[in-house]
Design a protein around this ligand. Structure first.
Ligand SMILES: [Zn+2]
Length: 75
């Protein structure tokens, strides 16, 4: 994948976390569980939460492909 900012080839890798990783528009402070409007970024969330990602070392930006993880509403 080419970086949309600088156009250089991005490094394919993974995001991993000890818990489900998700994107939210409202920062959570206590209850760290994805809500129905949040975007779940990882799959295998009960064993080893992992998602596909691409890193641009030049721009220090990471693009996360969340096309495969289940929707948060299905958890
Ligand atoms: Zn870049």
């Amino acid at each position: 994948m080419k970086c949309p900012i600088c156009g250089k080839e991005m490094e394919k890798g993974y995001i991993q976390s000890g818990r489900t990783a998700f994107f939210t528009t409202k920062k959570k402070h206590v209850f760290f569980v994805a809500g129905s409007k949040d975007v779940v970024l990882t799959e295998d969330n009960f064993t080893c939460p992992t998602g596909d990602a691409y890193n641009c070392k030049e721009c220090k930006k990471i693009i996360i492909d969340y096309s495969s993880p289940e929707e948060s509403s299905n958890l």
